[in-house]
Write a protein that binds this ligand. Structure first.
Ligand SMILES: C[S@@+](CC[C@H](N)C(=O)[O-])C[C@H]1O[C@@H](n2cnc3c(N)ncnc32)[C@H](O)[C@@H]1O
Length: 536
C-alpha cells in the first residue's frame, strides 16, 4: 500500500450492528422469513456481546442496546411465527418481554402465536395488554380486530356453539369462517371394538358437536384421468408426509400427540391418553417424546389419516371438488362402526365431528370409514381393505343371523336386477317372520338401502308395491335410529317430503334429520338451504 493511500476506517461494532439491523428489516419487509431470522440472530448475538462489554460503565448505552435487542427479538419472533416455528417464536417474545414488559410488538406477536396454538384466553390477555400502546401508536384497529377474533374463538371453544349460517347462505363466498378447536362431552377409553376409542360422557343429542379440530397437516388436489390421478395421488401423499414430518420436528406437542396414535400394531396394549392433552387450552408443556422414526410415522398415517370426501363426511366451501387428505389428532381415536353415530363436516382445515343420531352417555362415538349402506358381504370386503375385521354390533348381529341365507338370496337377486320393490317386500315379510324389531330392523334395511331408495323414488314401483311395503318415513326413521343420518337417506326423505308438499310436520322431520346430517352448526334457514342443495 502506498503511503498516500487512505486506510479504510475499521468498522465499529456499532456499524456492523447498524448494517445487520437494516438488512434484517429489509428481509422482514420482503417476507423472506428464513433469511430474516438468520440476520436477526447475528444481530442479537452481537448486541448481547456489546451489552456485556459495555457493562456498568455506560448505562445510557446499555439502555439503548436493550431497546434494540428487544425490537430484534420481537421481529425475529414475527418471522418465526410466519415459519410456524411457534415454540421458538414464543421464546423470542418472552426474551423481549423480559427486557420491556409492555413492548407492543412483542405482546402483539405473542398474542398471535398463542392464537395459532389455540390458547385463546391467554391470547386475549396479550391483546388486551397492548390496548394502551395501540391507542397511542394508531394501531387500535389492528388490535381490535385480533380482540374480536379471539373473543369469538374463546367463546366457540368454551361452549361448542358455532354458527356457519351466513357463510352457507352466502353460497360459501368469501373467506372460510375462522373456527376454534373444541372438545365436547367425550373421553378416550379402551374400546370393545379395538384398542382405544372415543366415548360420550353425557347423553348427546343428534347434531351436537363432539369435537372440532384443525389438521396437523392436509393436502388437496384435483384427480382426473387414471394415470395422472395415480401420479397426482403419489405427489399429494409425499407432500402430506413432508408436512407432517415438518410439524413434528417443529413442535414438541405435535410430536408427542402423534406418538400416541395407533400404528396398527398391538392396538389393545396401547396406553390410553388423557383427553385433556387434546384440549385447545391445554397447559401441558413437559412432553416426553417417544421415538417417532419415519417407518412409525408412515404406519401412523396409514392407520389414521382421513380422506375429506369420504361417505361419512361432507366438505363445505371451496375445498369441495378436491381430493383431500389430512391428519386430525383427536378424530384419530374414533373407531369405525357399520351402525355409526357420528359424521364429519370439513370446513377449510378443520374437521367438525357431530352426533348423527342420539347418543347415550357411555356409548362409543363411531364413524363409518366406508359405505355402511351396503350388505354384510360388501362391508366385510371393505373392512378387509382397511386392514381389520369389523367387530361392530351390526356386523355381529348380521353374522349371527340364522336366516343369513335368505338375506343373501335377496341381495343376490338385487345384483341380478330383480325388481327393487320386490326385494323390499321380501325383506319386510321375512323380518316379520323372523320377529326382527327395533334397531335391528334398521340394520337390515340399511343393508339393501339402494332397493328402498329405488322403490320410494319410482312412481311405477310405488304404484305396484306401495301398499305392500312400509311408508317411506317409517323406514327412514328406523334407518336413522340404527345408523344415523346419511346423505342418500336424506335425498329419499327430502324428495318424498317435497312430493307431499312441505307442511309443518314434514318441515320438523326434515330439520331433525338435517341436524343429524350437518350438525348444529347452522340455523334453520341455512340448514334448509343445505338440504335443498343436496337434492338439486
Ligand atoms: C383411526 S384408528 C382408531 C383408533 C384406534 N382403535 C386406536 O386405539 O388408536 C383405526 C384403527 O382402529 C381399529 N378399528 C377401528 N374400527 C374398528 C372396527 N370396527 N373393528 C375392528 N377394528 C377397528 C383398526 O385397527 C383401525 O386400523
Amino acid at each position: 500500500m502506498r503511503e498516500d493511500e487512505q486506510v479504510p476506517p475499521l468498522e465499529t461494532a456499532e456499524d456492523v450492528m447498524q448494517q445487520l439491523r437494516s438488512k434484517a428489516t429489509e428481509l422482514l419487509l420482503r417476507e423472506e422469513w428464513k433469511e430474516s431470522v438468520q440476520v436477526y440472530s447475528q444481530f442479537i448475538n452481537l448486541c448481547q456481546e456489546q451489552i456485556i462489554k459495555t457493562g456498568k460503565n455506560d448505562p445510557d448505552q446499555v439502555s439503548k442496546l436493550h431497546k434494540s435487542l428487544c425490537l430484534a427479538f420481537s421481529n425475529r419472533a414475527e418471522a418465526r411465527l410466519r415459519l410456524r416455528d411457534f415454540n421458538e417464536a414464543l421464546q423470542d417474545c418472552e426474551q423481549a418481554l423480559k427486557l420491556e414488559t409492555t413492548h407492543f410488538k412483542a405482546l402483539l406477536c405473542k398474542g398471535k402465536i398463542l392464537l395459532s396454538l389455540n390458547r385463546y384466553s391467554m391470547a386475549l390477555d396479550c391483546f388486551k395488554a397492548t390496548l394502551l400502546e395501540a391507542h397511542a401508536s394508531g394501531n387500535l384497529e389492528t388490535v381490535n380486530g385480533f380482540l374480536e377474533k379471539c373473543k369469538k374463538l374463546e367463546y366457540q371453544s368454551r361452549t361448542g356453539v358455532f354458527d356457519l349460517s351466513d357463510w352457507v347462505l352466502n353460497g360459501f363466498r368469501g373467506k372460510c369462517p375462522e373456527l376454534a378447536e373444541y372438545v365436547g362431552a367425550v373421553q378416550i377409553k379402551k374400546s370393545e371394538v379395538s384398542g382405544r376409542g372415543l366415548y360420550a360422557t353425557k347423553n348427546i343429542d343428534a347434531g351436537t358437536l363432539v369435537l372440532v379440530t384443525k389438521a396437523i397437516a392436509s393436502e388437496r388436489g384435483i384427480l382426473s384421468g387414471e394415470d395422472s390421478s395415480e401420479r397426482a395421488q403419489l405427489v399429494m401423499w409425499k407432500n402430506f408426509i413432508d408436512k407432517i414430518v415438518e410439524s413434528t420436528s417443529k413442535c414438541q406437542r405435535t410430536h408427542h400427540l402423534i406418538s400416541t396414535l395407533s400404528s396398527g400394531e398391538n392396538e389393545d396394549e396401547l396406553e390410553v391418553p388423557d383427553i385433556s392433552l387434546f384440549r385447545p387450552e391445554s397447559e401441558e408443556s413437559n412432553y416426553s417424546n417417544g421415538k417417532l422414526d419415519m417407518d412409525r410415522i408412515l404406519s401412523i398415517l396409514d392407520v389414521n389419516s382421513l380422506v375429506e370426501e369420504a361417505v361419512a363426511a361432507k366438505v363445505l366451501g371451496k375445498n369441495r371438488g378436491f381430493h383431500g387428505v389430512g391428519l386430525w389428532l383427536l378424530a384419530s381415536f374414533i373407531n369405525h362402526s357399520c351402525n355409526p353415530n357420528a359424521r364429519r363436516i370439513h370446513v377449510g382445515d378443520f374437521v367438525m365431528v357431530h352426533a348423527s343420531r342420539d347418543v347415550k352417555a357411555g356409548e362409543e362415538i363411531t364413524l363409518a370409514y366406508f359405505d355402511m349402506l351396503s350388505s354384510l358381504e360388501k362391508r366385510k370386503e371393505m373392512s378387509k381393505t382397511w386392514g381389520f375385521h369389523c367387530n361392530c354390533k351390526r356386523c355381529k348381529f348380521e353374522e349371527g343371523l340364522s336366516s343369513k341365507q335368505e338375506v343373501r338370496e335377496i341381495e343376490m337377486g338385487l345384483e341380478r336386477g330383480i325388481d327393487a320393490g320386490c326385494a323390499v317386500y321380501r325383506l319386510e315379510e321375512s323380518m316379520k317372520r323372523w320377529i326382527i324389531r327395533g334397531k335391528e330392523k334398521g340394520y337390515m334395511r340399511a343393508s339393501i338401502w339402494s332397493a328402498y331408495s329405488e322403490a320410494y323414488g319410482s312412481e311405477r314401483l310405488m304404484k305396484r308395491w306401495g301398499r305392500r311395503i312400509p311408508a317411506m318415513e317409517a323406514v327412514v326413521d328406523s334407518v336413522v335410529e340404527a345408523v344415523g343420518s346419511e346423505e342418500r337417506v336424506s335425498k329419499v326423505l327430502m324428495k318424498g317430503l317435497k312430493r307431499k308438499g312441505c307442511g309443518v310436520a314434514e318441515m320438523e322431520r326434515a330439520m331433525k334429520f338435517g341436524r343429524g346430517l350437518y350438525g348444529k352448526v347452522v340455523k334453520k334457514q341455512a340448514l334448509k338451504s343445505l338440504l335443498e342443495m343436496d337434492i338439486s
